[in-house]
Ligand binder design. Structure first.
Ligand code: FES
Length: 103
């Protein structure tokens, strides 16, 4: 389908971990939360840090730089110093690949 962009193979995203994905000129963080996949913009919206370098604990990603965190499902911030939601993307698994679905 034209609106489908492959982010990764399912097997390339370790369980309960996060990887960086570069696709179509964008940097995304791709999360595997207990077998369900979520994606967000990789750059933290507080400063110059990549969330893919952070620590995924359940469905919360902790930024590696100042300890801010976001819920990867809703995008909502959950600890200072981050104050607003991160940009998230809808993904789906099709044929063992994690794909970006149309916004
Ligand atoms: Fe992420 Fe500051 S850069 S919390």
């Amino acid at each position: 389908t034209p609106n489908r962009l492959v982010l990764a193979s399912v097997k390339d995203v370790p369980l309960d971990d996060v990887i960086a994905v570069h696709v179509a000129g964008h940097d995304l963080a791709l999360y595997n939360v207990d077998g369900t996949f979520y994606a967000s913009r990789d750059l933290c919206n507080h400063g110059n840090a990549r969330l893919s370098d952070g620590f995924l604990d359940g469905d919360v990603i902790e930024c590696p730089l100042h300890g801010g965190c976001f819920n990867v499902v809703s995008g909502e911030p959950c600890a200072a110093p981050v104050t607003h939601a991160m940009v998230t993307y809808s993904v789906a698994v099709v044929d063992d690949q994690v794909v970006l679905t149309a916004p």
